[in-house]
Design a protein. Structure first.
Length: 401
């Protein structure tokens, strides 16, 4: 899996004292689960299971929901079940506080879906998105806000459209405070606080690419920005864009394939954005725009473990853009890399050119000098997690001669 000769650093763990991971388990996770529970009838079994999950997390040990009979394996892709079982076996019976950060979060959302009835055919909430009401409120805010029309009009070229995609990444419903700030800043035309800025060279790369794949992050505001970027690219008439969404609800606002298609449909029915929505629909019908989902995006594994079918698809692409914090963490296996580590070295296994567009919301970053990192800690002690700073980074594969 790793062709690199360097030693892998330690994982970011939930129990790391004073870390954002620890803060997430203690404060953010109960709030996330409680919001889902509050949306369900008071006496429903699903609400009872969700409230029990909140009580389990602080001192409880994780279980294998497949072995415990909490969910039926046939509700999942066979390889998805194997991935979960393999990872759960490694960490089985561990306390939540003793888990790696990404695995703990992925496992949490699996358990939320199970508790909320998403995978139970006899539940009234079978295959119903437990975060739907939060997503609906977010997309309504976009469609009803007059400033969005002007914001999208300004981002009429690849450079500005890429920058808007980054701004949209702030609106993450699993992090309420950053999302509130992001909704305001997405419309401001000021320069962004970019610690790594490859925007110009990436925009040039976009104009030369015949196929661009985007691994999506959030629905709502961010997805609007991503669809706008796709429209800017496809309007040139010689490109193809493939959007990769989640197969099931994940991380509260992560965009599923269904979210993408429904958003396009709603744009087409909106008085202000109907023309844009119809253009997106034409691109879909012609095959210039594709929307796909894959079980792997919802799983516990990091991206060096990409299944062969995804690797093969990406090898056909000229450029793969990874959006957001969680995708960045999975690219780097959520480990404690030094700031000065080189992204191109760590991702030498990836089959084509890739870019990352990310607002910093967790304690992981590479490609920055140690001096610059220390300067940032002095300037803004919470710079790694407060959603103010971002990166736009392109990694081009070395040409073989």
């Amino acid at each position: 899996m790793h062709a690199q000769s360097f030693e892998l650093p330690e994982r970011i763990m939930v129990g790391d004292p004073g870390s954002f991971a620890q803060h997430t388990l203690r404060f953010r996770v109960p709030e996330i689960v409680d919001k889902v529970a509050a949306s369900l009838p008071t006496k429903s079994e699903e609400r009872k299971h969700l409230l029990s999950l909140i009580e389990e997390i602080p001192e409880g040990h994780i279980l294998d929901p497949f072995e415990e009979g909490c969910v039926r394996e046939e509700e999942f892709h066979p390889e998805e079940v194997l991935n979960w079982k393999r990872e759960i076996q490694v960490w089985g019976r561990s306390r939540w506080i003793d888990l790696p950060f990404y695995f703990a979060e992925a496992y949490l959302y699996l358990r939320i879906l199970i508790a909320a009835g998403y995978y139970h055919k006899d539940s009234p909430y079978y295959r119903k998105d437990p975060f739907a009401s939060q997503k609906e409120e977010e997309i309504q805010g976009v469609l009803q806000a007059a400033e969005w029309e002007k914001t999208l009009e300004r981002a009429s070229d690849p450079y500005r459209a890429l920058l808007l995609m980054l701004k949209g990444n702030r609106v993450d419903l699993s992090n309420t405070k950053i999302a509130q700030q992001g909704r305001k800043r997405v419309h401001h035309d000021e320069s962004e606080d970019l610690l790594i800025n490859h925007l110009e060279i990436l925009a040039e790369k976009v104009t030369k690419s015949r196929r661009i794949d985007i691994v999506l992050d959030n629905a709502g505001s961010e997805l609007i920005c991503d669809l706008h970027f796709a429209c800017v690219v496809l309007s040139k008439g010689n490109s193809r864009v493939v959007l990769h969404g989640k197969a099931a609800p994940f991380f509260v606002s992560d965009a599923t394939e269904k979210d993408v298609l429904e958003t396009i449909h709603r744009l087409g029915r909106n008085d202000v954005y109907s023309s844009w929505g119809r253009s997106l629909k034409r691109f879909l019908d012609s095959g210039m725009l594709e929307v796909r989902s894959h079980y792997f995006w919802n799983g516990p594994c990091h991206f060096p473990a990409l299944p062969e079918d995804l690797k093969e698809e990406f090898s056909r692409s000229d450029l793969v853009i990874f959006k957001g914090d969680a995708n960045y963490r999975r690219l780097l296996e959520d480990r404690k890399w030094t700031f000065s580590a080189r992204l191109e070295d760590l991702l030498s296994w990836f089959p084509t050119d890739l870019a990352v567009l990310r607002t910093l919301k967790s304690e992981i970053l590479v490609g920055l000098s140690d001096e610059k990192a220390q300067e940032m800690f002095t300037k803004d002690p919470n710079w790694l997690i407060n959603g103010k700073w971002g990166i736009v980074q392109l990694v081009e594969r070395k040409k073989e001669f």
